[in-house]
Design a protein around this ligand. Sequence first.
Ligand SMILES: Cc1cc2nc3c(=O)[nH]c(=O)nc-3n(C[C@H](O)[C@H](O)[C@H](O)COP(=O)(O)OP(=O)(O)OC[C@H]3O[C@@H](n4cnc5c(N)ncnc54)[C@H](O)[C@@H]3O)c2cc1C
Length: 218
Amino acid sequence: MSKIIEQTERTKLKRIPKRGSFDRETVYKILDEAFICHIGFSVDGQTFVIPTAYGRKGNTLFVHGSAASRMMREMSKGIDVCITITLVDGLVLARSAFHHSMNYRSVVIFGKAEIVTEESEKNDALFTFTEHLIKGRWDDIRVPNSKELKATTVLKLEINEASAKIRTGNPVDDENDLDLDVWAGVIPLETKAGKPINDNLLKENIAVPDYAKDYKRV
Ligand SMILES: Cc1cc2nc3c(=O)[nH]c(=O)nc-3n(C[C@H](O)[C@H](O)[C@H](O)COP(=O)(O)OP(=O)(O)OC[C@H]3O[C@@H](n4cnc5c(N)ncnc54)[C@H](O)[C@@H]3O)c2cc1C
């Protein structure tokens, strides 16, 4: 598979294209750090953008959900979807309102999803999905039974038409504003886990696993 994702008319970045990337590894890295995507799709002329979790295995993105969910039902038909993933790395405070910005890494993927029917592939997708959220968890938990597998729709989408966009660094102020007595700079932002809280119904003598104690995204 080529290291560079082929650019299409739909993925051509227009504003500040130098922030764009079509490097497959760059796209994968963003996908692996984030865990929420927004899926855009249209039904009868109405557009919906729904947030959901996902997992990645190789070049395949998996999403899952209740078979009753509109998003899963519609996506199962193989309609065109647009999936966006966003990581916010900082608030960029410029000297002028106009130049305020954010540092970010984001990915936009276009494609059509396909339903996963084969039980072992479905199970593998759910493994990918769980491990994407928290690595090491799958080995500890009860795996889905066939009734649960039946109640879950799993969809897969190949990452063949995608773009990444990355903004880093300082504000870009107008030359004339550099003399203003206003603080300017970046407030870094990151996803940080708090201390795990035991479930009220937790049996005695079960320690918090390391993957929960030391949870972080990268
Ligand atoms: C957290 C965050 C905050 C942002 N805030 C603003 C803002 O306040 N105002 C603003 O104008 N823009 C903002 N952007 C940038 C915004 O996402 C678009 O890049 C911007 O609107 C320019 O779009 P365009 O008209 O050039 O391209 P479009 O015509 O909208 O897009 C063409 C193609 O370029 C690619 N593309 C465009 N944007 C992205 C992206 N962010 N990530 C990956 N691929 C992309 C897609 O493949 C898309 O189909 C923000 C982005 C992020 C992630």
